[in-house]
Design a protein around this ligand. Structure first.
Ligand SMILES: *[C@@H]1O[C@H](CO)[C@@H](O)[C@H](O)[C@H]1NC(C)=O
Ligand SMILES: *[C@@H]1O[C@H](CO)[C@@H](O)[C@H](O)[C@H]1NC(C)=O
Length: 153
């Protein structure tokens, strides 16, 4: 009983923060890099996005639709941005996965709010693993409830 309570707790702790991540990075099946940015746009601000990364002191703009700023030429035909439901943007980047530096900080900016995450190259996860985990809140609420039920009853 104590063990299962502990396991339920661990499950909850592991799973809940993952749902609230505003920026996540993963590798698609064809090895493209995917960055999801789920910052909620502020209603009173211009809706725009900006994706960039940095490694060491070098920061590069990958894709943006902020008027007046432009992505670096090397990314121009390689990256694509689509809208996410209920809000946010997904950027995919082709052809850079092999040459990523060891540590890369990925950043995105929506309505002036910036989120960033540092990901080591070796720790990039396939998107299928991440999305399975995040697909629906029910996918983790149900096991959590079963878990708690077992622990208490
Ligand atoms: C950026 O793109 C989004 C979605 O396509 C659009 O709603 C927004 O108005 C664009 N922002 C600018 C500054 O063009
Ligand atoms: C990458 O980041 C990790 C964790 O912050 C650090 O321990 C490691 O030394 C860094 N590696 C390089 C090559 O900068």
């Amino acid at each position: 009983m104590l063990t299962s309570l502990f396991l339920c707790g661990a499950l909850g702790v592991l799973v809940i923060p993952a749902r609230s991540e505003l920026i996540s990075v993963c590798l698609e099946e064809d090895n493209d890099l995917r960055v999801d940015c789920r910052i909620e746009p502020k209603p009173n601000k211009i809706n725009s996005y900006e994706f960039s990364w940095s490694s060491g002191t070098k920061e590069s703009l990958i894709n943006t639709n902020v008027s007046g700023s432009a992505a670096e030429a090397q990314f121009r035909d390689k990256s694509e941005v689509v809208e996410l439901e209920p809000h946010g943007y997904r950027m995919t980047l082709k052809g850079f996965t092999e040459t990523l530096p060891h540590n890369t900080t990925y950043m995105c900016k929506i309505s002036g709010q910036v989120e960033s995450v540092l990901v080591e190259k070796e720790k990039l996860e396939p998107c299928s693993a991440v999305s399975l985990f995040l697909k629906s809140s029910w996918s983790w609420i149900v096991p959590l409830l079963i878990c708690l039920y077992r622990a208490y009853c």
